[in-house]
Design a protein around this ligand. Structure first.
Ligand code: ADE
Length: 233
């Protein structure tokens, strides 16, 4: 079954956007994955198709109505039963490569993009939405976060990246950040390619790369390093 992203948004014109370019876009053209984008406003209330209202208890901004969001989710689930449903929000659990791998190996994802001050909590609870964040910063809405999640998943679908590109060694796949890469010229502004990479000795190259990956992870991401050390024990 072909992987399918089902995006629920108030700004459908933002899609495919960057997902239409490069290898991800070519894979979309080749039908290696599918993108369905639905306007939440189709489920809006009344003549004006209202989707939001002021927060109960007061405060700034607007909140997406639970009835409108749930109608959009229910419609998407009719066509895609048993597909995980995520709500993109800075309050969500941080997205990890492990979660990306799990999502990529499933049938796809329904992705609800928030805007404004958020979504009525009753929609999150009633439809058991998985809240997902792409980092500790606040975007203007969930659309770019949904695109990031989709791109991370689609690049793992077999046939999407060229054969020569293997995700096996890259950051997070091994539990470590990726080692530095070099290419020609051999000398650039007085700096040489590390000699360990030039001798053609595969064991020496692998050892150098592992040391680099470990040192980088230790200094930049002590949180990942601790997990990595625990995993080895
Ligand atoms: N919406 C706004 N900010 C977000 C974030 N950091 N991650 C996911 N969705 C968001």
């Amino acid at each position: 079954m072909t992987w399918r992203a089902n995006v629920l948004t108030l700004f459908p014109e933002m899609f495919p956007g960057p997902l239409g370019a490069s290898l991800i876009g070519k894979a979309l053209e080749k039908k290696l994955w599918f993108l369905d984008v639905r306007d939440i406003r189709e489920h809006g209330i009344g003549k004006h198709r209202t989707v939001d209202d002021t927060p109960a208890g007061g405060g700034p901004g607007m909140v997406i109505r639970a009835d409108v969001a749930c109608a959009a989710i229910d419609r998407a689930r009719e066509a895609n039963p048993d597909v995980p449903t995520a709500y993109l929000s800075p309050r969500g659990a941080p997205l990890t490569q492990a979660r990306v791998r799990a999502l990529a190996s499933g049938p796809g994802a329904i992705l609800l993009c928030g805007r404004f001050e958020g979504l009525d909590q009753r929609a999150i609870d009633a439809r058991q939405l998985e809240e997902v964040s792409i980092g500790d910063f606040v975007l203007a809405g969930g659309e770019i976060a949904a695109m990031a999640l989709i791109e991370a998943c689609v690049r793992l679908i077999p046939g999407v990246l060229g054969d020569e590109t293997s995700p096996a060694d890259e950051s997070f796949s091994t539990g470590l950040l990726e080692y530095p890469q070099y290419t020609r010229p051999q000398s650039f502004e007085g700096t040489e390619i590390p000699p360990a990479l030039l001798g053609g000795n595969h064991a020496e190259i692998a050892k150098w790369r592992r040391e680099q990956a470990e040192n980088l992870t230790k200094s930049r991401r002590p949180d990942l390093w601790t997990l990595y050390e625990k995993g080895k024990a």
